[in-house]
Design a protein around this ligand. Structure first.
Ligand SMILES: [Fe+2]
Length: 185
């Protein structure tokens, strides 16, 4: 453990200082949304637990990832690994664990925790691209969470398709669930 690390990070987290700063910005956005949406303290705490867990093993080595996640998922392993480790440490909230597990790929069964994390992770102000557009979406989330989720998913999927990688199965189901629930698009 590094001295001076944010105490909200789990003790077992393996993150660079830059990663920690990213996580803190995601937390800031989630806190802002929780305040504007006037959610209960309990719900706010669920959002923030997911945020502080989601990238906890993002900078972990192969040995740690092998221990906590199925091999073969490449870069996508840190979400499942962080969720498995969090469960082993006592996190029992299914919504929090699913938020963490699927935050890189999307999940059709998410409750609000997963949606908040997926959007805040993408919309946090430290990312270098499309700053103004992402700030507009971030500001709109409390009033129109479903619309902003659809917009974020669209942008992330376009990026994924353009990258030439195959779409993970959970991503396909996630996307289809958004299209189904919005009716016509
Ligand atoms: Fe993240």
């Amino acid at each position: 453990m590094t001295a001076g690390r944010d105490p909200r990070l789990p003790s077992w987290a393996e993150v660079s200082p830059e990663r920690e700063a990213h996580i803190a910005r995601v937390a800031g956005l989630a806190e802002e949304w929780a305040a504007r949406m006037e959610v209960s303290d309990q719900e706010r705490a669920r959002w923030l637990r997911a945020v502080w867990l989601h990238d906890a093993l993002r900078d972990a080595g192969a040995a740690t990832l092998d221990r906590w996640a199925t091999p073969g998922l490449g870069e996508l392993r840190h979400g499942p690994a962080s969720a498995s480790r969090a469960a082993a440490e006592g996190e029992a909230d299914r919504g929090v664990l699913d938020a963490v597990r699927y935050h890189s790929v999307g999940h059709s069964g998410w409750d609000m925790v997963g949606r908040v994390l997926y959007c805040a992770d993408f919309l946090e102000p430290g990312r270098g691209f499309d700053r103004e557009h992402r700030a507009v979406l971030a500001g709109r989330f409390p009033e129109q969470p479903a619309r902003v989720l659809a917009a974020v998913a669209t942008e992330r999927l376009v990026h994924l398709v353009n990258s030439g990688w195959p779409l993970p199965e959970p991503t396909v189901r996630f996307w289809n669930s958004l299209v189904d629930s919005s009716g016509t698009r």
